[in-house]
Design a protein around this ligand. Sequence first.
Ligand SMILES: [Zn+2]
Ligand SMILES: [Zn+2]
Length: 430
Amino acid sequence: MTVIGLFALKTTGQNTTALKVKISQKAQSLETKVIAWRRDFHQNPELGNREFKTAEKVAAHLKSLGIEVQTGVGKTGVVGLLKGGKPGPVVALRADMDGLPVKERVDLPFASKAVGEYNGQPVSVMHACGHDTHVAILMGTAEVLASMKSELKGTVKFIFQPAEEGAPEGEEGGAALMIKEGVLESPKVDVIFGLHINAQTEIGKIKYRPGGTMASSDWFKIKIKGKQSHGAYPWASVDPIVTASQVIMGLQTIVSRNVPVTESAAVVTVGQITGGVRSNIIPEEVNMNGTIRTLDPVVQDMIHARIGQIATNIAQSAGATAEVKITKMCPITFNDATLTDKMIPTLEGIAGKENVSITPAVTGAEDFAFYQQKVPGLFFFLGGAPKGKSESQTAPHHTPDFYIDESGFVLGMKSMASLVIDYMEAGNAK
Ligand SMILES: [Zn+2]
Ligand SMILES: [Zn+2]
């Protein structure tokens, strides 16, 4: 290493340390404000593609910080651009904003009593996945980073995204629509970070996983067509109910016999089966709907192919036909290996090495995956369970008793802001 190199490294180090102290102080000073924002969002949740008031509040806050704001990206999405004083990469931070059709049962002064409409039905609405905390934490992070604008070696793009949980029927939405409308362009995003609060991980802890972190979610439909007959004369039929049962049992062998289970988990679930109208009629057809979850693209392709082969060949052996339709919904949330290696020390530095650990993969899906298909990204989990509570003592996400301890928000802000600073400082300047 040359002397100049050493000198450069040293100044970078000092600069980073000073900025880290600033981040820490600023995040701490914003705690009350962030909790107040979160309670407001919690009390006034909005469903996917309907985050009108949430988006308004986000945009107003970003503008008040002098951040360039674009609204209406991917329906109700808000994008903020903070240009640092020095040249460097474009780092995106993402928060999702939508609530869920769940009726809150938690006894809190700011519990949600909101109602909305979901697919034409009136429903209660609740932030039952914690996206209210994501919005508040990212608003706080924006304020932290805006306070050190002149020292930033690059640009920060704040992405407040609608409809992570899926758009209403017949509508586009979520990360895919924001990308389609150019959120990763002008300026082109180099890298993206995102977090998810976790109601079953203790506050103060951070969990992550390199590679496949959350599963891809694909839907499949199988239509078995046979021949109708009287239920008393089955030999005159090609029974689609018996055939469908064989297909369902055949599908069980995909995970048990085809998936390399020690390397990569997968799930094939038939969640719905419809066929027949009464006991003494063998119907003409049976329809099945199911979901496929995978953590590896190779396994994903293999499962899609096997579902087709199994359904078609079993149906054929019975003299029936099978029509198989597989729809790719959400890709694998895949943490870029190099980026993960590079950035985990940042999270360890903020939370303490003993509080950062690798988590088992999750078979739920997360549409952050769409950004990671385009640019390297890191998605991690932030503890939101009260101290000392075990997983069995906490309510899971998407349920009426879902509860988040607010004392983990400062760690959330510090993590997001530090990832930006360390990425910009660690020789990623353009
Ligand atoms: Zn969710
Ligand atoms: Zn979520």
